[in-house]
Design a protein. Structure first.
Length: 376
């Protein structure tokens, strides 16, 4: 697995019962996954020779992020190395302009969008007639490199639209969707074409970062849920994706769904499945890239709520951890071994049960106590 973050750490954990031996390409020994994977190689994922040496002897190469240069992945694939998902699929998660063009070509519903050349072009886009009537505000995104709210701007005028162009990379303009809430449809697909779909979930964002996920999404019309699952499965097939695909969606106030983003790896919106589903997203991702039969994605309980633990002002979480475990033995707490920094994802809490209000309160309380925003 290329990338040493928490996704790799949790995928390694899921691979242990399967007998999967992991080799990890990490940046530093302190990376989340490097702390627990014995066969860790330190190196730069942007260097082709490093990638070649790392991949030698591996049955398959997969990822915990989308940032490996596409041309390097094509080179590895040409040399007979199994890269899953492949570069032709992964480029749609690496480049938002490519993604939008591909989704348009297969008829997937998306916000109105266009690549823009400069601030004046943003104004021209804003004034084009669109589904929400046109005009500012407009969402601007750098086509590569953005995540967790980085590389994204909501601008209200042409002067504010100048900032994204300072990076010197192409910029995508999108209408600002008047959405009811954000959803995510998570699916997994194997090279042989077998695919499974998890329940559609609701995600809450704070400052561009996923803060909370509820599975399944409360009060979601079954027909719209089925439409979202079918859309995600169709995208996985059309893009020939191997492994896990998260399709982040807007649910509009008039009852539609629109594709916001794609991620071709285990995803924050699927962390609930570690404790709340028969087979977690991490295990199914490994099964898929190794072309093993996929596991059951059905939930174990009526509701599962995942709340991210974001770093606060208290770097030592040990005593808070003990308190949470003693107060509520039903909690499932997953910590990533990261240094605590304000706003940084350092872990998550899963709680499952039959009473949504109870499950949600317990998960939120534990995450807040671990962060230090509450003390009782």
């Amino acid at each position: 697995m290329i990338g040493g973050g928490q996704l790799a750490r949790m995928a390694h954990e899921a691979g242990i019962p399967l007998g999967v031996r992991f080799r990890l390409l990490a940046d530093t020994p302190q990376d989340s996954a490097a702390q627990v994977v014995s066969d860790t190689v330190l190196g730069d994922y942007r260097d082709l020779d490093t990638l070649r040496r790392f991949a030698a002897g591996c049955d398959v190469v997969t990822f915990d992020h989308e940032h490996v240069p596409t041309e390097h992945l094509r080179a590895l694939q040409a040399e007979g190395i199994a890269v899953r998902p492949g570069p032709d699929a992964l480029v749609n998660a690496q480049d938002k302009g490519v993604m939008r063009a591909k989704l348009d070509s297969i008829g997937a519903p998306c916000p109105r969008h266009r690549l823009v050349a400069d601030p004046a072009d943003v104004t021209a886009f804003a004034n084009e007639p669109g589904s929400d009537g046109g005009g500012y505000p407009v969402v601007l995104k750098t086509v590569r490199g953005g995540y967790d709210g980085k590389g994204v701007w909501v601008v209200d005028n042409e002067q504010e639209a100048a900032a994204p162009f300072l990076a010197g990379v192409p910029v995508l303009a999108e209408e600002k969707v008047d959405f009811l809430r954000e959803l995510a449809a998570n699916v997994v697909r194997s090279p042989s074409g077998q695919a499974v779909a998890y329940p559609v979930v609701e995600s809450l964002q704070e400052n561009g970062v996923c803060a909370e996920v509820t599975a399944p999404a409360p009060d979601l019309d079954p027909e719209l849920a089925a439409e979202a699952q079918a859309l995600a499965l169709r995208i996985a097939g059309e893009l020939d994706i191997t492994g896990h695909l998260a399709v982040e969606l807007f649910q509009t106030r008039d009852g539609r769904i629109l594709v916001n983003e794609l991620a071709m790896r285990p995803h924050n919106s699927g962390h609930w499945s570690m404790d709340g589903a028969v087979t977690s997203q991490f295990e199914n991702h490994l099964r898929a890239v190794l072309d093993l039969p996929l596991g059951d994605p059905r939930p174990r309980a009526k509701w599962t709520v995942m709340v991210n633990v974001l770093g606060g002002d208290y770097p030592d979480m040990y005593h808070a951890f003990l308190h949470c475990m003693a107060r509520d033995p039903g909690l499932r707490i997953h910590m990533y071994g990261k240094d605590v920094k304000p706003g940084r994802k350092v872990g998550h809490v899963n709680v499952f049960g039959d009473d949504l209000d109870d499950v949600r309160e317990r998960a939120r309380h534990a995450a807040a106590y671990l962060r230090g925003t509450i003390t009782e």
